[in-house]
Design a protein around this ligand. Sequence first.
Ligand code: SER
Length: 657
Amino acid sequence: MKSQQIRQTFIDFYKSKQHEVVASAPMVMKNDPTLMFVNAGMNPFKEYFLGINESKHNRITDSQKCLRVSGKHNDLEEVGVDTYHHTMFEMLGNWSFGDYFKKEAIAWAWELLTEVYKIDKDCLYVTIFEGDASEKLDRDTEAYDYWKEFIAEDRILNGNKKDNFWEMGDQGPCGPCSEIHVDIRTPEEKAAVDGATLVNEDHPQVVEIWNLVFMQYNRMANGSLVDLPAKHVDTGMGFERLAMVMQDVKSNYDTDVFTPLIREIETITGHSYGKTEQEDIAIRVIADHVRAVSFSIADGQLPSNNGAGYVIRRILRRAIRYGFTYLNKKEPFIYMLVNTLSKQMGDAFPELKSQKNLILNVIKEEEQSFLRALDSGLVLLDSMITSAVSESKNTIDGNKAFELYDTYGFPIDLTALILREKGMELDEAGFDKAMAAQKSRSRAASETTTSDWTELRKDDAQEFIGYDKQEANVHITRYRKVTTKKDGDMYQLVFNMTPFYGESGGQTGDKGYLESTSGDTVYIIDTKKENGQTVHLTKNLPKNLDGSHRVVVDANQRHRTSSNHTATHLLHQALRKVLGDHVEQKGSMVRSASMRFDFSHFAKVTPEQLQEVENFVNARIREQLPLEENRSNTYDAAVEDGAMALFGEKYGRSAYY
Ligand code: SER
């Protein structure tokens, strides 16, 4: 089965079980301060698990783009070295929000694997949670009992908290899980070593393919577990691993998800896959990383110097460095793979096709600048070596190597390799010390502690009324304290309804104030959207949290900000008219005093073109067009009517299947 068909079969199966099919959410997280990237298929649904909002559908299925390179789930260092970890991968998932639970989740997973995909039952093992005394959690006998209807009991294995209790992060929804593992070793290998002893032992051919999580708890800031308002199912199957099983190969990289990229790397570099371990690792690293970087750029996250952009830059640099060192590529070449990738995946993920030129150009430019930095680093390292030799030293000081790494981005393993070739040594302990000192400095600067929410009222989901009103009488439904090194103690308040616009779509959040009936006033210094709710930031808590409060938006500021927001859309239209339809918005920052608009175009905009853009925007403003609103339009109908969907927008997520 080709990978396209494998994906489609999964989706069709759950569609037949009354699941709503949705498209993958963007891989770059916009709305959750605890995450930079989607690292599991369930992230975009967190608000439903926590009961903050209600999903329109209680069963959903999709193939979600995930990236595991930072935070709790981080696979970066394994990638390329082994044959079954990836930075970016697809997670096939099915979800129940307060609907079916363990029984159906288990029965359907088994039916799909053994009857639809026809995977041999004798290759499969399942695990269940063995319980954990310190958490006061019992063994999951319920899951065990369901499994034993399908699979021999000696193939149902107990798993500990690390493997069989899934948590999204340090806080948030979690629960016991049941994993499905597959043993694709040869019959001789199976006869020699019992597969059950290899489950969860990092064997490349005895791997987990699917995780069924039974979400029922919320992990609180103090580490305790509390019951979620309802029980849910969250499953995630590794698409690339499933392809490995279905295509009867021994490595994810031998499936048709990767072979077209690998063939192209061989052609471009003249190195063959399958010859030496080092070159194979380099080829796998590049094939994997070009996907992660391309999908991120398509989702609007370009490489940059900080935050999510810096993570993407580091991934790309890791690929460049492997190409430089092991495939001897001193010129940009990774960008050339984007054509192949877009041909291969563009049907399932159309953003790769529509953004191809941008992806290609961004990668090329990054390659050029990092290769230049490597060149300067080499010169500097050379002078360090010369001066060490002149002092009859055989070692390069750890602090100096760290400076090279920190200031010039020069990779430490490359420094070590070059030194080894010259018969010299790196002061590794000194380097590690300098690195640790820097990490602890930056950790201290960015440390944030967030308390749990204190619930004051169980109101319905919060309502946004800010398109029509700028003042309202509201109740505070929940609040919590957030402490950062920079700002000290702050409070986040949620109301039952709010006229405050939370930062989104590049527009900064509203400011204003809250006044209690006693006359006590606190300023709302910012408003953000988080997991589907609008959160108001204050320096102090109102003295009396109960009762009704009058909240008032700073109307002048909102008016100027929303005018600037409208201006970004006019500017976008003007740029497309003057420069061409390839222009896409890549980001924006809209404040009350000014706005910034990032867009993709490959040449410098000429003064004449700028003038034309300006004239177009001013003419539209002067037309004073009357406001026409279609608030209840669906996403698809709006696009049909000519509305423009911007990168990375989740909206109602229509499906492409
Ligand atoms: N959330 C689970 C995982 O990532 C199942 O989707 O493994």
